[in-house]
Design a protein around this ligand. Structure first.
Ligand code: PGA
Length: 244
């Protein structure tokens, strides 16, 4: 169950949020909770979860070079050093607001693999692509492109999130049937990329998830978890989603 805070919660509000959340969220052995705070708040979240092995920390983005003159960027090594285990790659806001290409997602996933962290590759079609009947081909293309330069897919942990772009932050969720259908396409494609390991690769759904729709989504075949933006910004709604 993954909370993507996007550009919200600086260090002070991150600390307050974590205190409110952890007070009410005892360890649950059947799930892992992930937090993707903004990079400036990594330290605050890392210290709050220091004794919680059921909660992982991630970064929202990285650059693929190891170090150097790349003003404003973060490397995988720095993210690891700050306590991150997972890296979001190809989130739709990276793709559609910042112009990230499939080729760049591939470089980022490869850098994440080299650096020993877990990529959480986000894929999803825009509304015009869905209306044109191209949703599946877009998602399959993004999936293969993103993992194209990873060399150890058969043995390494990866995660995928299906986030139809028209459902992100819009209040419009994919139906559990549509989400589930796309997740089974992703599972099928993962088999060709990762072999047997695809059976245990977590495939998350994201896009206007809230406490009301989370249980139905989680009950749907092939939906292994949720990637949540807006509803992860309020401790009580995130608690409800994380428990669903
Ligand atoms: P949302 O965002 O839950 O606010 O729709 C999801 C995401 O972008 O990961």
């Amino acid at each position: 169950m993954a909370a993507n805070w996007k550009m919200n919660n600086g260090p002070t509000s991150a600390r307050e949020f974590m205190q409110a959340f952890l007070d009410q969220y005892p360890r649950q052995n059947d799930r892992t909770v992930l937090f993707f705070p903004p990079a400036l708040s990594l330290a605050a979240v890392a210290s709050a979860i220091a004794d919680r092995r059921d909660i992982l920390l991630g970064v929202q983005n990285v650059y693929w070079a190891d170090q150097g003159a790349f003003t404003g960027e973060l490397s995988v090594g720095m993210a690891r050093d700050a306590g991150a285990r997972v890296v979001l790659v190809g989130h739709s806001e990276r793709r559609h607001v910042f112009g990230e290409t499939d080729q760049q997602t591939a470089l980022k996933c490869a850098a994440v693999e080299r650096g020993g962290l877990i990529p959480l590759l986000c894929v999803g079609e825009v509304l015009d692509e869905r209306d044109a009947g191209d949703a599946e081909s877009v998602v399959v293309r993004q999936l293969h492109a993103g993992f194209a330069q990873m060399t150890q897919l058969a043995t390494r942990d990866v995660m995928v999130a299906y986030e139809p772009v028209w459902a992100i932050g819009t209040g419009r969720t994919a139906t559990p049937e549509d989400a589930s259908a796309m997740h089974s396409v992703i599972r099928r494609e993962l088999k060709s990329l990762c072999g047997d390991r695809a059976r245990v690769t977590p495939i998350l759904y994201g896009g206007s998830v809230n406490p009301g729709n989370a249980p139905t989504l989680m009950a749907s075949p092939d939906i292994d978890g949720l990637l949540v933006g807006g509803a992860s910004l309020d401790a009580s709604s995130w608690l409800a989603v994380a428990r669903s």
